[in-house]
Ligand binder design. Structure first.
Ligand code: GLC
Length: 450
């Protein structure tokens, strides 16, 4: 595409889409260039059948359709103009946040290595996900070009850099949501993979001018061999019955998609426990002297169904400070069809919730701490700025406090180091970040660098 044809893109409207978990989000962003931006967005749940579809087409055609709906609703002018007189000038650059492990081969090219977070479409593995999306966009005749491929952690890092206070550059972007992962700024000389690529080809197509590179760690797959990670019977069963046994073992102990399922398995095991003194939900006569009722677990209770407990349940119980854990009791009834649980049982459920949530946060600290230590960042800079996003950091009570508590216990970080680690929420950062990267990519193309 020539320079002049691309000029319209500098007007500042960028599209970003985000596929990475339960929802598919489409947004358009206007960058004002002074740390502010305006954002319009839509969100739709990804139908479960598409997460495990037989063909890649089924999922990507659905995504393209959502983009079409968004354009018709929010940018119909561009859409109609394009239909009347197709012209490259009407094209919008799109940043594609695709939050799965990818072998990135260029700014808008990357082959899927494996699915995570419950997705399982065998046919797509090994394919360029940008090409898959572009094909379906073209089939719908949409004026959209997939300009950049971005992991949500990288988007979060970019977004935090754009909006974070002061002059300190952002060092890391981390997600603690449906999945967990982190990306950070590394010295190019330490990126062994690039040295290997340089040795193999004499015209490696990446920018070396800053001496830095953002590395997507995919830490969700840390310690898949379980050398150091904790492993309970509930972790084991969750893994065995997942779509990807033996993979993402760190993520399966840390992220939102899995915490509810760990809890469900623990509660179910205790409900079915042979010893009536140990078993849950057997006797409502307890500390609150409520002898009037006996707990019932509805036959169709989600307690019996895989993924039956949502992580939001944990957040509610963790937060519950009501008398006799009234809120936990109500939520057990409403969400799980477990009626008239005793206060004693509620206390036990809360203890389990707390253990699962705190373990997740402390493991999260391990990942963050490892990157900070291995890069020597605390020795190099006064402030280490980390942008975070995801339902756990946003909604799980005390998640960041537990992370910090654990960071302080790491000798190389300690009280002093923890004070210099600044963690800030970059809410929905991956959308903004993807738009920023699409902008950078289109500018680079205008300069003829891509
Ligand atoms: C999973 C994906 C990773 C993503 C993370 C958070 O771990 O593999 O790419 O960043 O989830 O969404």
């Amino acid at each position: 595409m020539s320079n002049s044809e691309h000029c319209s893109h500098s007007q500042g409207v960028y599209l970003a889409v985000d596929l990475g978990g339960t929802n598919f989000r489409v947004c358009s962003i206007v960058l004002h260039g002074n740390q502010t931006f305006s954002l319009t967005h839509s969100k739709v749940a990804v139908p479960h059948a598409l997460m495990e579809a037989t063909t890649a087409y089924e999922l990507f055609a659905f995504l393209a359709k959502q983009i079409e709906l968004f354009l018709r609703t929010h940018h119909n002018d561009k859409f109609e103009a394009h239909l009347r007189r197709p012209s490259l000038q009407q094209y919008l650059d799109l940043g594609f946040t695709f939050s799965f492990p990818v072998n990135q081969l260029g700014i808008n090219k990357g082959k899927l290595i494996r699915w995570t977070k419950g997705f399982d479409i065998e046919e797509a593995v090994g394919q360029d996900v940008c090409a898959l999306l572009q094909k379906e966009l073209d089939a719908l005749n949409l004026p959209v070009i997939v300009a950049a491929l971005v992991n949500d952690t990288v988007g979060t890092l970019m977004a935090r850099s754009y909006t974070s206070p002061g002059k300190t550059g952002t060092f890391m972007g981390a997600i603690f949501g449906t999945g967990t992962n982190g990306a950070y700024v590394e010295k190019l000389t330490r990126v062994k993979k690039m040295a290997q690529i340089d040795a193999e080809s004499d015209s490696a197509s990446y920018d070396k001018s800053t001496g830095l590179m953002i590395v997507n760690t995919e830490w969700g797959s840390f310690d898949n061999n379980l050398k150091v990670l904790p492993d309970t019977p509930y972790d084991k069963a969750l893994d065995t019955e997942s779509v990807n046994p033996g993979i993402q073992m760190f993520e399966k102990r840390v992220s939102g998609m899995f915490l509810g399922e760990i809890l469900r398995r623990a509660i179910l095991a205790l409900y079915e426990h042979k010893d009536p003194n140990v078993a849950f939900f057997r006797d409502a006569s307890s500390a609150d002297n409520d002898t009037s009722s006996t707990t019932t677990v509805a036959q169709d209770s989600p307690l019996y169904k895989q993924w039956g407990i949502d992580t939001s349940f944990l957040s509610i119980v963790e937060e519950d400070a009501s008398d006799h854990l009234r809120i936990t009791k109500q939520t057990l009834g409403k969400d799980l069809g477990i009626h008239a649980a005793s206060t004693e049982d509620c206390v036990a459920v809360k203890t389990l919730v707390h253990a699962i949530g705190k373990r997740a946060a402390r493991l999260a600290a391990v990942a963050l701490g490892a990157v900070v230590i291995s890069t020597n960042k605390l020795q190099e800079d006064d402030i280490v700025d980390i942008g975070v996003d995801g339902s756990l950091v946003e909604y799980y009570p005390g998640f960041e406090d537990y992370i910090r508590e654990a960071l302080r216990e790491i000798p190389e970080i300690g009280l002093e180091g923890d004070k210099r680690i600044r963690i800030g929420l970059a809410k929905d950062g991956s959308g903004l970040g993807a738009a920023l990267i699409a902008l950078v990519a289109s500018k680079a193309e205008e300069r003829g660098e891509a």
